[in-house]
Write a protein that binds this ligand. Structure first.
Ligand SMILES: [Zn+2]
Length: 320
């Protein structure tokens, strides 16, 4: 059996373009300048052809474009087949892959690896929306503490109150995970998160934390296990537990502590998106490594990129 990475799109730049084009443009080549579909063609030889560059034939447009325009690949000089290798590694590494490891494996600079992985996390972000637990499904909710929050009030210098708190929801029917970096651990914040992500008819399953009581009362059902009293599964109702979300955290914690040791609060939501993505597309749900990787590539479409000045600076340094 050969290596997955033997596939031509991981090795050959023209093949990588063809492979990505087939997934980003499944219904015909779209000009990102004017939106025309299948009204474009390759540049003439004399026009200094680069792989994957097309010219729009629409009368008012006539602009050049490639499949990179308007996606996470935009403005990057890193070869597309290297992008695909990086995507496969991030898709298939259960606990993530550090920029150091990525740099060594791909033979790129650390800055390129950092840039690649941050952009790939953008493609992993779940923009499908939708409410968890619709149709009277079960939704587990729990929180974990992750890293220091530099914005915490000065009078909270010790204990959990000066750490970042991540709330994760698991939809028991679809198996999907959605994590949110909390601004504060209050009833109001829990209510806001539930309003935005959980259907009113959903069965909410949490631990005994008092912050869930009032928001939970607005759900069809709220079951809570009393962890502080050693209860992990309700004896009366065995489906009342938060063991699934705790399983999610066991992977998340091992990744954040073992692989991504230094993650600032401003990037934390990118890392939760990465772990959410792999969890929501895991083997248990019938998604293998190659399918998961393909779903990242499909996720490059329509991702609005915020061009942070640091991104441009870092790329300028690595491609010079
Ligand atoms: Zn056009």
């Amino acid at each position: 059996m050969g290596s997955v990475l033997d596939a031509k799109h991981f090795r050959d730049e023209a093949a990588a373009y063809k492979w990505v084009e087939a997934r980003v443009w499944p219904n015909g080549r779209v000009c990102q300048h004017c939106g025309s579909v299948d009204d474009s063609g390759p540049l003439k030889q004399s026009e200094n052809t680069r792989i994957g560059v097309y010219k729009c034939y629409a009368k008012e447009c006539r602009k050049k474009f490639s499949v990179k325009v308007g996606t996470i690949f935009h403005d990057s000089h890193i070869k597309l087949h290297v992008w695909l290798q990086a995507m496969f590694l991030l898709a298939s590494s259960k606990k993530g892959i550090s920029s150091n490891q990525l740099a060594r494996t791909l033979g790129v600079t650390l800055k390129s690896a950092w840039f690649l992985s941050h952009r790939i996390r953008e493609a992993m972000k779940d923009t499908s929306g939708g409410m968890f637990g619709s149709g009277f499904g079960g939704v587990e909710a729990d929180e974990t503490l992750q890293g220091i929050n530099p914005d915490a009030p000065q009078d909270h210098l010790a204990g959990p109150w000066h750490m970042n708190r991540v709330l994760t929801l698991i939809d028991r029917d679809t198996g999907r995970a959605r994590s949110i970096v909390m601004t504060e651990f209050t009833t109001e914040e829990i209510q806001r998160i539930l309003n935005e992500n959980v259907a009113k008819e959903a069965y909410l399953l949490t631990d005994e934390a008092g912050q869930y009581k009032r928001p939970g009362a607005q759900q069809t059902f709220h079951g809570a296990v009393n962890h502080s009293a050693g209860e992990y599964v309700s004896r009366d109702a065995p489906w009342v537990h938060t063991n699934t979300v705790e399983g999610y955290y066991s992977i998340f914690k091992r990744g954040m502590e073992g692989v991504y040791q230094h993650c600032g609060r401003q990037h934390l939501h990118c890392y939760t998106a990465e772990f959410d993505f792999r969890y929501s597309n895991r083997v248990k749900l019938g998604v293998d490594d190659v399918t998961r990787f393909t779903r990242i590539v499909e996720g490059v479409k329509g991702k609005r990129l915020t061009y942070r000045p640091t991104d441009r600076r870092i790329e300028a340094e690595t491609t010079a």
